[in-house]
Design a protein around this ligand. Structure first.
Ligand SMILES: O=c1[nH]c(=O)c2ncn([C@@H]3O[C@H](COP(=O)(O)OP(=O)(O)OP(=O)(O)O)[C@@H](O)[C@H]3O)c2[nH]1
Ligand SMILES: [Mg+2]
Length: 264
C-alpha cells in the first residue's frame, strides 16, 4: 500500500485564522486585487466588490465557490456534498487566469487555490488538489498528476488525460503485478473570506491495470483498480466511486468542517 505523504500529520485537521492580507495567498497568486471579483456584481453587497460580502437571502443555500477549472470535479463534488446533506450551492469559478499550483504538497496547492478564490470572490471557497501516487514511481506523479506528460500547448483535458495515461502505462510496462500498487490522494481545503482555513485528506488505495478500462470518471480512472474491486474506477457508477474515492472521503469530512465554519 502506498504510504500517506508526510504532510498529512502536519496539516490535516488544523484550523487556523490568519489576518486578512497575510499568507502566501496575497500578492503571489496573480494580478487581481481584492476588489476584482470574477463572480460579478450580483454576488456582492452594495458597497461593491471591495466589500467582499455575498448577497444571500435568508432561505437560500449558502454559496460556496469551487476553486477548480475541472468540470468533472465540480460534478463529483456537487454530488458528494448533496449526499452529505449540506445546504450549499457549489458555484463554479468563472473564466480567468489559472492560479499557478506551486506547492510541494497536495495541501499547499489546495490552499493556494482556495485562498485565491475566496479573495477574488468574497465567498467561502473550497478546493481539491488531488493526484495519483504510484509506488513503482516513488509516489509520483503526485502533485504533477495533471501535467505528467508535459504541457501539451493547446491540448484539451481529454487529450492530456490520454497522454498522461499512456506515459504511466509505458513507465510501468515491465513492473510486475505485485509492484503495481498506487493510491489516489486528495487534499480538500476550505478558506473563508475572513481567513479561517482547514485542510482534510482522503485516499483510495489500489493498483494499476495494464489496459485502460471504462469511460466513467476522468484522468487516470481507467487504469486504477481500487482494492476489493474487480472493476476500474472508470467502470464504477458515480455513486460507487464516491463511496470509496479519495475525493468522496475528503469532502465527506469537509462537509462537517463547512457546517461548523459557515454555521449551517
Ligand atoms: O482518474 C482520476 N480520478 C480521480 O478521481 C482523480 N483525481 C485526480 N486525478 C488526477 O490528478 C489530477 C488532479 O490535478 P489537480 O488537483 O490540479 O486538478 P486539475 O488540474 O484537473 O483541476 P483544478 O482543480 O486544479 O483546476 C487530475 O487532472 C487527474 O489527472 C484523478 N484521476
Ligand atoms: Mg490543477
Amino acid at each position: 500500500m502506498t504510504r500517506p505523504p508526510d504532510e498529512w500529520a502536519v496539516v490535516s485537521g488544523s484550523t487556523h485564522r490568519e489576518p486578512a492580507g497575510s499568507g502566501p495567498g496575497e500578492g503571489e497568486l496573480g494580478e487581481r486585487g481584492p476588489g476584482e471579483s470574477r463572480l460579478g456584481e450580483s454576488y456582492l453587497g452594495e458597497g461593491g466588490p471591495g466589500e467582499g460580502r455575498p448577497v444571500e437571502s435568508r432561505d437560500a443555500p449558502r454559496r460556496v465557490v469551487l476553486a477548480s477549472r475541472n468540470d468533472a470535479k465540480l460534478v463529483e463534488l456537487r454530488r458528494i456534498l448533496a449526499v452529505a446533506g449540506l445546504a450549499v450551492e457549489l458555484v463554479a469559478l468563472p473564466d480567468g487566469p489559472d492560479v499557478p499550483e506551486t506547492g510541494a504538497t497536495f495541501a499547499e496547492n489546495a490552499l493556494i487555490k482556495a485562498r485565491d478564490a475566496a479573495r477574488v470572490t468574497g465567498l467561502p471557497a473550497v478546493a481539491d488538489d488531488s493526484g495519483l501516487a504510484v509506488d513503482a514511481l516513488g509516489g509520483m506523479p503526485g502533485v504533477l498528476s495533471a501535467r505528467w506528460s508535459g504541457l501539451l500547448p493547446g491540448a484539451g483535458r481529454a487529450e492530456r488525460d490520454a497522454a498522461n495515461n499512456a506515459l504511466v502505462l509505458a513507465q510501468l510496462a515491465d513492473v510486475p503485478e505485485e509492484r503495481r500498487g498506487a493510491a489516489f490522494v486528495c487534499a480538500a481545503a476550505v478558506v473563508t473570506p475572513d481567513g479561517a482555513e482547514q485542510v482534510v485528506h482522503g485516499q483510495m488505495c489500489g493498483r494499476l491495470v495494464r489496459v485502460p478500462r471504462g469511460d466513467g470518471g476522468f484522468g487516470y480512472d481507467p487504469l486504477f483498480l481500487p482494492d476489493g474491486q474487480n472493476r476500474t474506477s472508470a467502470e464504477l457508477s458515480p455513486a460507487e466511486k464516491d463511496a470509496i474515492s479519495h475525493r468522496g472521503r475528503a469532502f465527506g469530512q469537509l462537509a462537517g468542517v463547512l457546517r461548523e465554519l459557515l454555521a449551517i
